[in-house]
Design a protein around this ligand. Structure first.
Ligand code: HSE
Length: 428
């Protein structure tokens, strides 16, 4: 039986999960795939972690050179995260003729062109299913199964931490700060949650997914990014009354006007299947010209779900002799003829506080009309005046972002009591 040796770089949550799957299911893979996959080496500075997992002391490498020169290692699994030293290690492995399986979205988003060049030169495989949306098999769906389509859009909830926070804020009306603390104590959010809550994590993933979907490199810098730190639970509850759920969305569109890529909070109609993706679950909703709508749903993080994606790649690598690479020119930038849309269109939710006085509402309407903004929904509260004003919640039909920004500026200038409190895009 063919033997395939694996090295794991990093024994954190995902590395530990991968080790557990590979060792516990070794016989299952032997029986079903005809390969004996053996963990031959691990690189983990915290030796006690490796020992606690039951790994033989002689399999614990002390540096990357030891892993790369080990003739028993065929596939190197990089689950360390971050760019440095992961990039150096992955390039060293490829240049030593080892195929690589990585879960590292930041590394793959920023440097896939360099990694792929090294993989091609050394005739090695480079696999990255685990880099996006954990256990949800979206990469191979885009790489293989959906290739017959022109993909016109992908809309995803691709960050579990923020989805957990927004779900809890929506369920209990708690504040962002309180739910973040809870998410940290449960181990969902990192001690430094910036990458998740500011949308970087989702933007790295969107760069990878939209490059595959739209057949050109979509650099991270082209992605409009806004996180969830400014979200007020009051807006989530007004949204609910209007029939919407608030999510951190990752959106990629390929239209006649160009490519649009953005990560930001948005209201989604409750009737949309993504509105019911709750807690730390993820999903990607893809639209292609032949297949129409496809939705992939599941766990976007965690030891075993992400380990599942990694082991899937290991088995694929172990059972294929020839490797495929990107079906597009994998360069640092998009193809020169790629157009990007900056002034995109959307529907908008606007909450403002206005003086409960004759004439204020008509002035707000006049500003909206002047900027070609028409409304689909309105809530005007008979509530007690708060800071001299009453809340007014508006939802517009689709309009351009530029028009909305101009209207907000003009509403804020009506008088000192008419102030826009929040503007949130609405996915229609
Ligand atoms: N921090 C990520 C998330 C984990 O919350 O989705 C997987 O990339």
């Amino acid at each position: 039986m063919k033997k395939v040796g694996v090295a794991i770089l990093g024994l954190g949550v995902v590395g530990g999960g991968t080790y557990k799957i590979l060792t516990e299911k070794r016989d299952f893979y032997k029986k079903n795939h005809g390969v004996d996959i053996i963990v031959e080496s691990v690189l983990e500075l915290r030796k006690e972690r490796a020992l606690a997992l039951g790994i033989d002391e002689q399999k614990i490498a002390s540096n990357i050179a030891e892993v790369c020169s080990n003739p028993e290692v065929d596939i190197v699994v990089e689950v360390m995260g971050g760019v440095d030293p992961a990039k150096k290690y992955v390039l060293a492995a490829l240049n030593a003729g080892k195929s690589v399986v990585t879960s590292n979205k930041e590394l793959f988003c920023k440097y896939s062109h360099e990694l792929e060049k090294a993989a091609k030169k050394n005739n090695c495989g480079l696999f990255f299913e685990a880099s996006c949306v954990g256990g949800v098999p979206v990469i191979r769906s885009l790489l293989d199964n959906l290739q017959g389509n022109k993909i016109t859009s992908l809309l995803g909830i691709i960050n579990g931490t923020t989805n957990y926070i927004l779900t809890k804020m929506s369920d209990g009306g708690a504040s962002y700060g309180d739910v973040l603390k809870e998410a940290q104590s449960l181990g969902y959010a990192e001690a430094n949650p910036t990458a998740d809550v500011e949308g970087y994590d989702a933007a790295y993933k969107l760069s990878i997914l939209s490059s595959l979907a739209f057949h050109t490199k979509i650099p991270f810098e082209k992605i409009y990014r806004e996180g969830i730190t400014a979200i007020d639970s009051l807006d989530i509850s007004y949204g609910k009354r209007l029939g919407y759920t608030l999510k951190l969305i990752a959106l990629g569109k390929n239209t006649e006007n160009g490519i649009e890529v953005r990560v930001h909070p948005a209201f989604i109609k409750n009737s949309h299947p993504l509105a019911s993706v709750n807690d730390s679950y993820n999903a990607v909703f893809i639209t292609g010209d032949c297949v129409e709508d496809v939705m992939l749903y599941g766990r976007g993080a965690g030891a075993l779900p992400t380990g599942s994606a990694i082991v899937g790649d290991i088995i694929y690598c172990a059972t294929h002799d020839n490797f495929n690479y990107s079906a597009f020119k994998n360069t640092p930038n998009a193809d020169p003829d790629t157009k990007f849309v900056s002034n995109f269109k959307s529907a908008y939710y606007i909450r403002l506080v206005a003086r409960d006085k004759a004439g204020v509402l008509s002035k707000v309407s006049a500003v909206l009309g002047k900027n070609s903004i028409s409304l689909s929904q309105v809530i005007q509260e008979n509530a007690e005046e708060e800071n001299g004003g009453v809340p007014l919640v508006l939802v517009s039909h689709e309009t351009s972002e530029k028009h909305i920004l101009k209207a907000v500026e003009e509403i804020n200038a009506i008088d000192k009591f008419a102030k826009v409190q929040s503007v949130i895009r609405v996915v229609t």
